[in-house]
Design a protein around this ligand. Structure first.
Ligand SMILES: Nc1ncnc2c1ncn2[C@@H]1O[C@H](COP(=O)(O)OP(=O)(O)OP(=O)(O)O)[C@@H](O)[C@H]1O
Ligand SMILES: [Mg+2]
Length: 222
C-alpha cells in the first residue's frame, strides 16, 4: 500500500554544506500491516514520515501509494492524494488554533462531507472513545498536550484512511492513554490500513509486523 524507495533527503546546514538525514531509505508497508520505526532523536524519523506522507519532497527516491507513483505527481495532485490516502498524527499535533477540538477533527473531512450528520456523529464518537468529548468546544491552547494529541489522533482516523502515519502518537500521554492509542492503531491495521508508527515505547513494537531502527540515514532491523 505504501512504498518509499531509495529516499534521500538532506537539509542545508546553517554553517554551509548539508546535513544528510536519509541516505537511501526503503520502507514498505502493506495493507493490514503495522510497522514501527524507532531511532534516536534527530535520526530522521519525522523526516521519513513527512516524505512518505508527501509533506516534503525528497532529493531522490520515489513514493508509491498502491500502484500509483505519487511522488511523480504535480503538487496539486499530491495534495489531493494526501487528503484521500493519508491520516497523519503529527509529532507536534498541528491543530488549527482558531478551531475547536471538534472542528479540528472535522477538518479531516473538510472537502468530503464534513457537514454531514454522520461525519459529525463519527467525530463525536471518536472524541468520546478517546476521553476528550468534554473538551470538544475547547480551542487547542485550552487543551493539555495529551488532550491535543488525542484530538489529533481523532482527526487522523476520522475518514478511515488506507495509510496512517503516526509520529510519536503517545509522546504526551500517560501509560493508560498511550496504550489505548497503540491498541487502536493496531486495530486500524487489522481493519486493513497500512500503519507506520514512530515510537520509543517498547510496547509499541508489540504486535508489529516489522520494527525498524533509523541509524545514520538507513533503516536497520530493530
Ligand atoms: N527544515 C529543516 N531544516 C534543516 N534541518 C532540519 C530540518 N528538519 C529537520 N532537520 C534536521 O534533520 C535531522 C532529522 O530531523 P527529524 O525531525 O527527522 O528527526 P527525528 O528522528 O524525528 O527526531 P525526534 O525524535 O527528536 O523527533 C535533525 O538533525 C534536524 O535538525
Ligand atoms: Mg521527530
Amino acid at each position: 500500500m505504501l512504498r518509499a524507495c531509495g529516499i534521500v533527503k538532506s537539509y542545508p546546514a546553517p554553517s554551509g554544506g548539508a546535513i544528510r538525514v536519509l541516505a537511501g531509505v526503503d520502507l514498505e508497508v502493506k495493507a493490514g500491516q503495522l510497522v514501527v520505526v524507532t531511532g534516536v532523536s534527530g535520526s530522521g524519523k519525522s523526516t521519513l514520515l513527512n516524505v512518505a506522507g508527501l509533506l516534503e519532497e525528497p532529493d531522490a527516491g520515489e513514493v508509491w501509494f498502491g500502484a500509483e507513483r505519487v511522488s511523480a505527481w504535480s503538487r496539486a495532485a499530491r495534495s489531493r492524494a494526501r487528503g484521500r490516502f493519508i491520516g497523519f498524527v503529527f509529532q507536534s499535533f498541528l491543530l488549527l488554533p482558531s478551531l475547536t477540538a471538534l472542528e479540528n477533527v472535522l477538518e479531516a473531512a473538510r472537502y468530503t462531507g464534513g457537514r454531514e450528520p454522520a461525519t459529525r456523529a463519527r467525530a463525536l464518537e471518536l472524541l468520546e472513545e478517546l476521553g476528550v468529548l468534554e473538551r470538544k468546544d475547547h480551542y487547542p491552547p485550552q487543551l493539555s498536550g495529551g488532550e491535543q494529541q488525542r484530538v489529533a489522533y481523532c482527526r487522523a482516523v476520522l475518514k478511515n484512511p488506507p495509510i496512517l502515519l503516526a509520529d510519536e502518537p503517545t509522546g504526551n500521554l500517560d501509560d493508560a492513554n498511550g496504550a489505548v492509542i497503540l491498541e487502536r492503531l493496531r486495530g486500524c491495521a487489522r481493519a486493513g490500513a497500512a500503519v507506520v508508527v514512530v515510537s520509543h515505547r517498547p510496547e509499541a513494537a508489540r504486535g508489529a509486523d516489522a520494527v525498524w531502527s533509523l541509524r545514520t540515514g538507513a533503516l536497520e532491523p530493530g
